[in-house]
Design a binder for this molecule. Structure first.
Ligand SMILES: [Zn+2]
Ligand SMILES: [Zn+2]
Length: 297
């Protein structure tokens, strides 16, 4: 069910998709990022480095997001969310997964722990029905029953997770959501270590990895709608900085819009539609070091 993107996904044609970024599916976003970063990622993360080295980049940006939250720096938060999404897409491509498929697999418009369309388990892990959490048969039943509700866009998934988890007891404030997000990022790291250490049993480990990647995406969406509330004191500034990426009436972030704002011209690090060799991004220590001749301050 999960296949690699074809090389034809590379190229500037995908840029035209960004003009309709609100309409892009998560699968199209993954293909778009592959067009911009596929070649660069193959250069940076050759097979012998495995998946772990790539996941480190997401961890780095997760830490940068923590700094933004700690300092209530909304601009930093709005920069980091698209970057985290970009790394998640790139990682899935490298691992051979379709992000949209694995998210819908585990979250068919229902909480896969308590099986409620509006999560009722909260911090309490008590299972409300007979089916154990993430049971494959029950997931398949919900995928079929809710097929017409399947989100078609990135912001559609944000809305889905808001519907399911808006009242979740651990979704009350941004710090709590971030903590849960970081927990899931760590669990992916755990599965990467399993996948990379096993010579057999790989498919079972890959199933565990896909489940955690879906969780990472779900908490990324929850971050998106939880940061929204924090924007209320930033009205005029946010309007100037982020234009139509913010719903001005409700101060809600549009995930697709902040992502296209950052990546609409290709890689923001080198300004190329297809990220150039040696590009190390635009605000990392590594980028500064390469500009300064190799000295990291
Ligand atoms: Zn639940
Ligand atoms: Zn670049």
């Amino acid at each position: 069910m999960l296949t690699r993107h074809p090389p034809e996904a590379n190229g500037v044609n995908l840029k035209s998709l960004l003009r309709e970024s609100d309409e892009m599916t998560v699968q199209q976003w993954q293909a778009f990022f592959h067009g911009v970063y596929g070649a660069r990622n193959e250069e940076r993360f050759p097979a012998e480095y495995g998946l772990s080295r790539m996941w480190l980049h997401l961890v780095q940006d997760m830490a940068a997001l923590a700094k933004g939250i700690r300092k209530n720096d909304v601009a930093r938060m709005l920069r980091m969310l698209p970057r985290l999404f970009c790394w998640l897409c790139g990682f899935c491509t490298k691992a051979g997964f379709e992000l949209e498929e694995i998210v819908w697999h585990f979250f068919p418009y229902v909480c896969p722990t308590c099986w409620s369309p509006t999560c009722a388990c909260g911090a309490n892990k008590r299972v409300f029905r007979d089916a154990p959490q993430k049971d494959e048969k029950t997931l398949a039943e919900f995928r079929e029953a809710n097929a017409e509700k399947r989100p078609s866009t990135l912001d559609g998934f944000v809305v889905m997770f808001a519907d399911v988890y808006g009242n979740h007891s651990e979704s009350g404030n941004l710090t709590d959501v971030y903590l849960h997000f970081s927990e899931e990022v760590g669990e992916v790291a755990e599965w990467i270590r399993v996948v990379e250490s096993l010579s057999d049993g790989r498919s079972e480990a890959q199933q565990g990895l896909t489940s955690e990647l879906a969780d990472v995406f779900s908490w990324m969406c929850k971050l998106c709608w939880r940061i929204n509330c924090n924007l209320q004191g930033f009205g005029p500034w946010a309007e100037h900085q982020f234009g139509n990426a913010i719903d001005q009436r409700r101060f809600e972030i549009r995930f697709a819009a902040i992502t296209s704002l950052q990546y609409g011209n290709g890689c923001p690090g080198c300004g190329q539609a297809v990220c150039a060799r040696q590009c190390e991004g635009w605000d990392t220590r590594l980028a500064k070091a390469s500009h300064q001749g190799g000295v990291v301050d």
